[in-house]
Design a protein around this ligand. Structure first.
Ligand code: ZN
Length: 372
């Protein structure tokens, strides 16, 4: 992975390559920001840049021996830690056991998130953790002599899954061996121990703006309607964009359009069916779907008030948006947005959500006209 292969993120890439070129990188970095913002891919690109034997001012060469090893994620000086789901036997609870599988998974889509990884490796269980033994392995790895690279690097993907074991890394962060770099990556900064967070240099990854994603799409998709639809559904998440690009029919996140249309139609049976299917999914996916719908309704609001042309919509989404813009008042649209924000709040607090979601659906129905 080179910086140049990552869509957008210009200022982050320039910032990191400049610090690295001037030898001014901190020994411990933490990449924070939502899923789908290219944090892990950027860590790979930085690792390649640091160890490349033929780098330019801004990027690694991509062809030297060091780069080729980094590309396959087999560089002996770069160590990876990530959460794993333990199966029945104890040895299945280690990073080593899952490493080969993880490499091929993440090489296929370096923008994938932890939940995709859990989805791939789950066997009944839905969540995993970073094994306690990893902290020790990270310390050992960074203390070892370098094999062939300029830097020893440890990348921790899903650092929030370290839990209290993170404290074992404090000494390493405070007294790092020469030419070492620790990169923690998290989409849930609030779950990182303050003792760790305060000692790392933070690099923030905001969600992608539409221009960055549109530029990326131009090279892959010709059909403008499909492109618009993909941009809307992605809602700034590059991983979602890539996953949807691979599908013939772009499915909206957890079918929230079906739910919205059922509410506008006041079809309680359809709402109930949708709620049942919604609760099969993990909380993170549920929240993403709600965030997406909020994003969509804000676009409807913009359309209604003609403050600007709606950012991007395919024909299908635009049809419903035009209906909403025509028939719902500003207060009604924002009322639905507030209901959705409440739903996210309740999902976060593990509330008994089926009942709450039906209550919210009924309140939203009461706000809306009949949709045909
Ligand atoms: Zn190179």
């Amino acid at each position: 992975m080179r910086f140049g292969s990552i869509p957008g993120r210009q200022h982050i890439k320039q910032h990191l390559s400049l610090l690295a070129a001037k030898d001014r990188l901190a020994h411990a970095l933490i990449f924070t920001g939502p899923n789908g913002t290219a944090k892990l891919a950027t860590a790979f690109a930085l690792a390649a840049y640091l160890n490349c034997t033929n780098r330019s001012d801004h990027d690694s060469c991509g062809t030297c021996n060091q780069c080729l090893k980094q590309e396959k994620l087999i560089h002996p000086d770069v160590h990876f830690s990530f959460p794993v789901i333990r199966k029945d036997k104890p040895e299945t609870g280690t990073v080593d056991y899952h490493l080969a599988n993880w490499r091929s998974f993440i090489i296929e889509n370096p923008y994938a998130d932890i939940f995709d990884w859990f989805e791939k490796t789950k066997e009944g269980k839905k969540t995993g953790n970073i094994p306690s033994s990893e902290a020790q392995k990270i310390i050992r790895n960074l203390s070892l002599k370098r094999f062939e690279g300029n830097y020893k690097i440890s990348i921790i993907w899903g650092a929030e899954y370290l839990g209290k074991d993170g404290n074992r890394l404090l000494k390493l962060i405070e007294e790092p061996p020469e030419n070492t770099l620790l990169i923690l990556i998290t989409s849930q900064k609030e779950q990182i121990l303050n003792t760790i967070l305060s000692r790392c240099q933070e690099i923030r990854f905001p969600i992608y703006n539409n221009e960055e994603l549109a530029t990326y799409l131009q090279n892959h998709i010709q059909d403008q309607d499909r492109s618009n639809s993909l941009l809307l559904q992605a809602n700034g998440n590059l991983n979602l964009l890539i996953k949807n690009m691979e599908q013939e029919n772009i499915s909206d996140q957890l079918n929230v359009f079906t739910w919205l249309a059922s509410m506008l139609r006041k079809d309680v049976i359809a709402i109930n069916q949708w709620i049942e299917s919604f609760f099969v999914e993990n909380r993170e996916t549920q929240k993403n779907a709600m965030h997406f719908l909020i994003h969509y309704l804000r676009e409807c609001f913009v359309l209604k008030n003609k403050q600007a042309h709606p950012v991007s919509m395919g024909a299908k989404e635009l049809k419903m948006a035009q209906y909403i813009a025509k028939n719902l008042s500003n207060e009604e649209i924002m009322g639905i947005v507030h209901e959705l924000e409440d739903i996210i709040y309740n999902i976060d607090r593990n509330a008994h959500a089926k009942v709450l979601l039906m209550d919210s659906s009924i309140r939203i129905m009461d706000r809306a006209f009949v949709y045909h």
